[in-house]
Design a protein around this ligand. Structure first.
Ligand SMILES: Nc1ncnc2c1ncn2[C@@H]1O[C@H](COP(=O)(O)OP(=O)(O)O)[C@@H](O)[C@H]1O
Ligand SMILES: [Mg+2]
Length: 290
């Protein structure tokens, strides 16, 4: 039992002059154990969509099933507090929300807020700091004296310390340098692969969309307009164009090679090695492993 959206509509400032329809008739079924990317143009409704996944926003109409809870549009939904712990939502630039004197206190805040004892929360902080790839020495430091990338890891550790089954991330690599981006993406992959976390990730990086998730959903003007595999999406050039998406570098390179050399290459290529092998194969050579 993961998260299911059933005919979900959402309007900001409903009934006022500023009313703004942000989600239109969303049906979406997310199973536990999946890794899904959410992409789409700015303003397409991605952030609004994911804030429904832990009931931070509630539908204007329709229903969101979150684990064992039901969030019904237009109603006062009670007893949904537990989903805020079980579905960890990491906002864009989460480091802006760090406020305690030490990293440890900051990470402990979430678990303690959900009734975990101080001792237990401290244990969770020690586990979580390692999960995000930082040394335990960081726990004693002030969050304000860290680099941007380190601050963001601490903010994510604060969410992980609550032991969520599902991790929802809103553009978590935005503003990081390339090395920081790669490390962050590898960290989420590790949480998915080795810690059984369900990952839902908003990103603008099509290289990451090709590399990490098995499934990608595309938002456009509040509607969910594509739901399928990354390779399938990038093969549908009419959709890529219509929704103003970029192609991953690897696919751009494959296209160029096909056009310039008048070749047809394998359409399932997902990394540089596979591309190299495919080129060598059609050129009739042998691929020597280095
Ligand atoms: N707090 C808000 N109040 C009113 N309108 C909002 C608010 N947040 C977002 N919107 C509007 O809702 C639509 C979807 O926004 P958003 O979910 O933030 O898209 P994305 O994350 O894809 O950029 C946009 O038209 C945006 O202007
Ligand atoms: Mg957004």
């Amino acid at each position: 039992m993961g998260i299911q959206f059933e005919k979900v509509n959402f309007k900001y400032a409903e009934g006022s002059v500023r009313e703004n329809t942000a989600l239109v008739n969303i049906d979406l079924n997310i199973e536990l154990g999946s890794y899904i990317a959410v992409i789409g143009h700015t303003g397409s409704g991605k952030s609004t969509l994911i804030q429904h996944m832990n009931a931070l926003l509630q539908p204007t109409s329709g229903t969101v099933h979150i684990l064992d809870k039901k969030v019904i549009g237009g109603k006062k939904n009670r007893n949904i507090n537990s989903v805020r712990r079980r579905v960890g939502l990491v906002f864009q630039f989460p480091e802006y929300q760090l406020f305690e004197e030490t990293v440890e206190k900051d990470i402990m805040f979430g678990p303690m807020n959900f009734g975990v004892s101080k001792e237990e929360a401290a244990l969770k902080a020690h586990e979580a700091i390692q999960l995000v790839g930082l040394d335990e020495d960081f726990l004693e430091r002030s969050p304000l004296n860290l680099s941007g990338g380190q601050m963001r890891r601490v903010a994510i550790a604060g969410i992980l310390a609550m032991d969520p089954e599902i991790l929802v991330l809103d553009e978590p690599t935005a503003g990081l340098d390339p090395k920081g981006q790669l490390e962050m993406m590898e960290m989420f992959h590790n949480l998915y692969e080795n810690h059984q976390k369900t990952i839902i990730l908003i990103t603008h990086d099509m290289n990451d969309v090709l590399k990490y998730p098995k499934r990608v959903v595309v938002m456009n003007k509040g509607k969910l307009v594509f739901d399928g595999g990354p390779l399938e999406l990038f093969s549908k050039r009419d959709l890529v164009k219509k929704y103003q998406l970029e192609l991953p570098d690897l696919i751009k390179i494959r296209d160029e090679i096909e056009n310039k050399l008048n070749l047809t290459l394998d359409k399932t290529i997902k990394n540089v090695d596979e591309l190299t092998q495919a080129i060598v194969k059609v050129l009739g050579g042998e691929s020597h492993a280095r």
